[in-house]
Design a protein around this ligand. Structure first.
Ligand SMILES: [Zn+2]
Length: 311
């Protein structure tokens, strides 16, 4: 082993669920992929509870999620990182962006933006209505960041080259909400930096957020992590499995077969006899054979009917 690797790990990955309910199959699938990718690269795997959106947190959900990960043998390194205990980090990042003169207060209501889009088009892109407003003249506002002409380009390990003109695609986006909570885009970037995350493995539904996050990383002078966006699990109707679609909590009484089927969904082709093995053996096989390349041709995967833990 490289003597440097103990003090300076070259791979730090993470799984960052929001504690809005128990872990469902779609999240366990992402957790497993990020775990396998980290362990295959002899990296660290961290778990972070993304509980910055306090009103959405469900009581007890964080503990349930952690228990489920343990039941499936997905053991993490270091102590759990809770976003809600790090608001001071977000505050200082916000102050740094403010000092760059990139922030402004936005007082637009949802209705105002919907009306604007109806008359002028542009969909969800923020049209910059409040760009010239000053903080001292407003009191009830969200904080937006000027995207100006930023053109973001990165290479995703699965999806390949991705590029986007941030202003044309999204407009100036919110980094602190009207209800004073920090937006996901800012929190995730600050947390990944605080935890030293080098590799991000997550669902392709977040690909749309990545250029915003890279934009913030560059402004804050953070090193850019590597990204891999996985296909997402969908139900028979093509709806993403999520807490919103009431995907059933994953059944942890019999973790082996679930892990086996998840490996199949990750296009890893485990040998048939592995289905009866202990979770640790299944994971060990997964770690040594991990190869995400076959996932390249997919954006959605639908678990078969009767899949353990799915109705
Ligand atoms: Zn506005």
């Amino acid at each position: 082993m490289n003597p440097l690797s103990k003090s300076t790990p070259i791979y730090i990955g993470r799984f960052a669920p929001s504690p809005t309910g128990p872990l469902h199959l779609g999240s366990l699938y992402t957790a497993l992929a990020s775990f396998l990718d980290a362990r295959h690269h002899q990296g660290k795997w961290l778990v972070r509870i993304d509980d910055v959106d306090i009103p959405r947190n469900a009581p007890g959900a964080a503990d349930l999620i952690l228990k489920t990960l343990e039941a499936f043998g997905l053991h993490w390194d270091e102590t759990i990182y809770y976003e809600s205990r790090h608001f001071n980090h977000y505050e200082s990042a916000l102050a740094r962006l403010k000092a760059l003169n990139l922030l402004y207060p936005c007082t637009c209501s949802r209705k105002k933006l919907a009306d604007y889009a109806q008359h002028h088009g542009g969909g969800d892109r923020y049209p910059g209505i409040c760009r010239d407003k000053n903080f001292h003249e407003q009191n009830d506002y969200a904080v937006r960041i000027r995207t100006n002409g930023a053109f973001i380009e990165f290479i995703d390990r699965l999806q390949g080259r991705f590029s986007e003109n941030l202003n044309a695609a999204h407009g100036d986006f919110i980094i602190k909400r009207k209800d004073h909570l920090f937006a996901y885009q800012l929190a995730v970037v600050v947390d990944d930096q605080a935890q030293g995350v080098t590799h991000i493995v997550r669902g392709i539904d977040l690909l749309d957020s990545t250029s915003k996050q890279i934009f913030l990383q560059m402004l804050l002078g953070y090193p850019l992590p590597s990204y891999m966006h996985l296909p997402i699990l969908v139900d028979q109707k093509g709806q993403k499995l999520s807490k919103q679609t009431y995907a059933q909590a994953v059944d942890q009484r019999n973790p082996g077969p679930v892990l086996f089927h998840l490996l199949q969904l990750l296009k890893q082709a485990p040998p048939e006899e592995l289905i009866d093995a202990l979770p640790q053996e299944i994971l060990q096989w997964g770690i040594s054979h991990w190869n995400p390349a076959p996932l390249q041709s997919w954006t959605q995967l639908c678990p078969s009917n009767g899949f353990v833990g799915l109705n």
